[in-house]
Design a protein around this ligand. Structure first.
Ligand SMILES: Cc1ncc(COP(=O)(O)O)c(C=O)c1O
Length: 394
């Protein structure tokens, strides 16, 4: 029976001494070892107790040899997709993967050839670019268009590009990082229709799909007519349950030949599967308790992003997007000078380290991304410092 999960999201928990990248990399990335970090997209909020308990129970056993994938793990994924996203998944469509980024690499290798074009809509999560380029594929960057303070896809540019460049693959971030957009069903339908028409496969990265703010609802690509035979959908518990260090992710591939190509690519590099603790965490998280935790987390994060955005919008000449999904807030600070100058000011005067926009491709230049998955007071104090510095100094 479902237990009611209680988590104190307001409590500050020090991550020092845990090897947390968000903290340990501060000197190297920002030149200031004690700047308050609001950059990389993991949460300073606790993994729920039923997940840590499941891990602890397993650690009580003294052997950590090779393990199989228990059918109950696939059942948990099927249950989660059905109850949280209204998606019907067959267990045989699931493949575990250490991380979503690993799955991007496998998809690129499985579904395209060296020198083929791979379409991305920038700004977008940096590894969409890096992984594609490291695999000697050609990035075709179709920047999203700004409509007011939200991003939309440029379907006219997409169709021209599909006609002229004949790419093999399109990488979609659904929902979108860094803009926080929940792509609408009609937009996804149009995308799928065009990709099917020009025989382009779609990799849909749905890692942020559990953190969506009402009234918005995530639409999985798996629920778009005509997509199932043409796509790979990737998900992970990393964002929602703060378990990115456990490397526990999975893909869903309904089409058997795409699935075979993906599995072959995994086997070439021997990099399929999830480690033992990741599997334990996956099964514990994708459960009724997990759904209860998620609902509470999303409510907390919604308040955080709403309050942060309201305050940041007081900065004259800044554009700040209100995310429909994700705990990330995307801010346009281009009016405040060259981005390295703005970055320095934020670090040294406001004492905040944000993700710089160029990580998300050329379209991100001059933008900054704030991670709001922190105890509210800590977040809002940092936001207030940003507002003071940005308002006074320009
Ligand atoms: C859109 C997106 N995809 C993938 C990742 C990374 O996922 P993983 O750690 O499973 O590779 C992130 C992390 O920020 C992300 O925002």
């Amino acid at each position: 029976m479902e237990k009611k999960v209680s988590v104190d999201f307001d409590r500050e928990i020090s991550r020092l001494g845990t090897g947390a990248e968000k903290y340990e990399a501060r000197q190297a990335l920002f030149g200031k070892a004690d700047v308050e970090p609001f950059w990389v997209a993991d949460m300073d909020l606790p993994t729920p107790p039923f997940v840590t308990e499941a891990l602890r129970t397993r650690l009580n056993h003294s052997m950590f040899g090779y393990t199989t994938v228990p059918p109950t793990l696939n059942d948990a994924i099927v249950w989660w997709q059905k109850t949280q996203h209204g998606v019907d998944v067959e267990p045989g469509w699931i493949r575990l993967s250490p991380s979503v980024v690993t799955s991007i690499a496998m998809a690129v290798q499985a579904l395209s050839q060296p020198e083929d074009g791979v379409v991305v809509f920038s700004p977008v999560y940096g590894p969409f670019f890096f992984v594609t380029e490291h695999n000697q594929r050609r990035i075709i960057d179709l920047p999203l268009r700004l409509r007011g303070d939200e991003y939309v896809m440029d379907f006219e540019a997409l169709e021209k590009c599909l006609q002229a460049e004949r790419p093999s693959l399109l990488l979609l971030c659904n929902p979108h990082n860094p803009g926080g957009r929940v792509w609408r069903r009609t937009e996804l339908e149009q995308l799928v229709q065009l990709c099917n028409q020009y025989n382009v496969k779609i990799f849909s990265d749905e890692i942020h799909c559990d953190i969506v703010y009402a009234p918005h609802r995530h639409t999985s690509l798996l629920n778009i007519d005509g997509a199932r035979d043409n796509c790979i959908v990737a998900h992970s518990i990393g964002k929602t349950f703060n378990t990115s260090g456990l490397n526990a992710s999975f893909v869903i591939i309904p089409n058997s030949s795409i699935r075979k190509a993906f599995v072959d690519a995994q086997e070439v590099s021997h990099c399929g599967g999830v480690n033992l603790l990741g599997k334990i965490a996956l099964e514990a998280a994708l459960s009724p308790d997990g759904a209860d935790y998620k609902a509470k987390l999303v409510q907390y994060l919604h308040n955080n992003v709403r309050d942060a955005v309201a305050r940041l919008r007081a900065i004259p000449q800044a554009t700040v997007m209100m995310p429909e999904a994700t705990f990330l807030v995307w801010c346009d600070f281009r009016a405040f000078g060259p981005w390295p100058t703005v970055m320095k000011k934020l670090i040294h005067e406001a004492d905040v380290a944000l993700s710089g926009g160029t990580f998300f491709g050329p379209a991100g230049k001059g933008w900054f991304r704030l991670n709001c998955a922190h105890p509210s007071q800590k977040l809002l104090n940092a936001v207030d410092r940003m507002v003071t510095v940005m308002t006074a100094g320009y």
